[in-house]
Design a protein around this ligand. Sequence first.
Ligand SMILES: Cc1ncc(COP(=O)(O)O)c(C=O)c1O
Length: 388
Amino acid sequence: MIVARSITEQIGRASWIRRMFEEGDRLRAERGPENVFDFTLGNPEVQPPEQVTAALARIAAENRPRSHGYMPNAGYPQVREIIARRLAQRTGLPYDAGHIIMTVGSSGALNTVLKAMLDPGDEVMVLVPYFPEYRFYIENHAGRIVEVETTEDFLPDPARIAAALTPRTKALILNSPNNPTGVVYPARVLDELETVLRGTEVTVLSDEPYRALVFDGCEVPETAVHITRTVTAISWSKSQAISGERIGYLAISPRLPGGDQLREACTFTNRILGFINAPAIWQWVAAEAGECTIDVAAYQHKRDVLVDALTRIGYEVTKPQGTFYLFPKSPIPDDLAFIRLLLQEGVMAVPGSGFGRPGYFRLSLTVPLETVKRSISGFERAFKAARP
Ligand SMILES: Cc1ncc(COP(=O)(O)O)c(C=O)c1O
C-alpha cells in the first residue's frame, strides 16, 4: 500500500468534511446555488480590509532589496520587533523580537510548537468540543490527544483538567474565542487553570485566530497574563480574511521557563517541517497593516438575526461572544440525523460529532445576510420534522 495506514485512518476520520462538500455540490446542481444555504465553511466571504491590500500593493511595488529571499527561519527581525511591541503593550509583559516566530498561519504555529515539544506518547489535552484538526496536528508529532469535556456553557472545567493530568501531559490547547462555540474564556477561568497547572510542566498553547472577532465590545483576556506557561498561536487568516495567504506567529511568553530553548527549537522545527519561514511579503504586510479587521459589526448583526430566529423556532443556542460560528443544540440527540433533515431543506451545517460533541451542530456566518434570512424557514421546517 503506497499510503501509510495512519494517514488512511486519518483521512477516514476526516471524511465527513469531504462528504459535506460532495453533498453541497450535489444539492447546488439539483436545486440551483441560490437554494442552498451553506453554513459549513469557516472562511470569511468578504474582501480583506483596505489597509491590508494597500500595504500589500505598496510593499510589492517598493520591491525592497532581499525582500524575496531566505531570511532567519523565525522571520524578519524588524517584523518580529513590531509584533513584540504590540504584544508588550497589550499584555504589559516584556515581549521582544526573540519571543516571536513568524509562522504559516496558526496551524503552522501549532505544528511548529508541537513538533518542538512532543516526544512519542506525550499527551496533549484538548477541550471538547474542539477544532478537529488539533487531533491531526498532535498525531503529526507522535503525541496522544486527550479529550477533556467542558462545562455546560462550554468553559474549561478545572476539575476535569486536573483529573486528566498525567506525568505524560505536555500541553493543554486552549482556543478562545472558540471554534465551534463562539465562547470567550473569562479571566476568572484562566486564573483557575493557572492554579490547576501550578507545579506542573504543562504548557498552555493558546490558539487565538479569532481574538479580534468579538461582539458587543467583549474583551478577550490575554492568556499569557493569567497563565505563566503560555505559548500563543495567532494568525490574520480570519480577522483580515486572508486565510489563503498563510501568515501568523507564535509568541512565547517571556515568563515561560525554558522559553529560550523553546524559541531555538521552534525556529528549527519551523524550518524542518518544510515551512522554512513564513511568507516573506505577508510578514511585512502583517507588520504594516496593523491590527485592522474585517467588519465585525456585520457578523454581529448576522449572529443576532440567526440567534433570534433559531430561538424563536425553539432551538437552544448559546449566544456567541466572538468568532463567526453558532453551535446550537440539535433538536434530537442524533446530530447526524438532524443534519440530514437540514439538508432536505438545502441547509448545510457541520455535525457536532465532528468536534467531539454529538447532539449539536455548527453554523458558520460566513455567508451573506440575505442567505441567513432566506434560510430561516428551512431551519423551521427541519425543527418541525425532527420534533413533529
Ligand atoms: C481554532 C482554529 N485554529 C486554527 C485554525 C487554522 O487557522 P490558520 O489559517 O491561521 O492556519 C483554524 C481555522 O479554521 C481554527 O478554527
